[in-house]
Write a protein that binds this ligand. Structure first.
Ligand code: E4P
Length: 217
């Protein structure tokens, strides 16, 4: 499973990239607003740090506007992935970008039928929003499993990018459900390696090692 980090904050991306855990980055207009920075500048900086896919979302909601904006964003760097919403116009824009050899991430997916349409128009990634579905008392993880089954039934190459992840369980459950990628907020990524038994075990090893009086170096 690939790990993308879901943030537009450069410091977070640099820190997490140093671990070798990161395969890519996703951003959205809310994350750009939170960064308080210029959108295109931030995307350019992220693309210099990360060799993998970096999703940049269009702001327009009509086909012509999405195409115009996506073409500008795609020129920022070779690893930019154009993110479009799962609407009629967004699907048309996805088809346009796929035809032009530009990678796409179809976002705001909340149903299996929507995911099926995204695959049919050649999306590189489909982003089902797990947490926002869970918020409405619908099991977001079931959607991931359903999309996996549908894509496998027909051999669609579109990659399932589990989005709107709220906690560590979402990551392991998405992996069990067959997601190809999880886009994870930095705070959740850090929680993946934290475990109280690891900390307790390490403290005991440190103490016992000190009692031997030895040095490895
Ligand atoms: C990423 O591509 C999505 O935009 C993001 O995961 C949405 O997360 P949220 O539901 O926490 O805003």
């Amino acid at each position: 499973m690939k790990f993308f980090v879901d943030t537009a904050l450069i410091d977070e991306i640099v820190e997490l990239n140093d671990t070798g855990m990161l395969d890519g980055v996703t951003t959205n207009p809310s994350l750009i607003a939170k960064s308080g920075r210029d959108f295109k500048q931030v995307i350019a900086e992220i693309c210099k740090i990360i060799a993998g896919p970096v999703s940049a979302e269009v702001a327009a909601t009509d086909f012509a506007g999405m195409v115009a904006e996506g073409e500008v964003l795609a020129k920022i760097a070779d690893n930019v992935v154009i993110k479009v919403p799962l609407t009629y116009d967004g699907l048309k824009a996805c088809r346009h970008f796929t035809g032009a050899g530009i990678k796409t991430n179809v976002t705001l997916c909340f149903s299996a039928n929507q995911a099926l349409l995204a695959a049919k128009v050649g999306a590189t990634y489909i982003s089902p929003f797990i947490g926002r579905l869970d918020d409405t008392n619908i099991d977001g993880m079931e959607l991931i499993a359903d999309i996996r089954t549908i894509y496998d039934n027909y051999g669609f190459a579109t990659q399932i990018l589990a989005a709107s992840i709220r906690g560590a369980n979402h990551v392991s459950d998405a992996a069990l459900s067959g997601a190809d990628v999880a886009t994870i907020p930095p705070g959740v990524l850090r929680k993946l390696y934290d475990h109280p038994l690891t900390d307790k075990g390490l403290a005991a090893f440190v103490k016992d090692w000190a009692s031997t009086g030895q040095s490895i170096l």
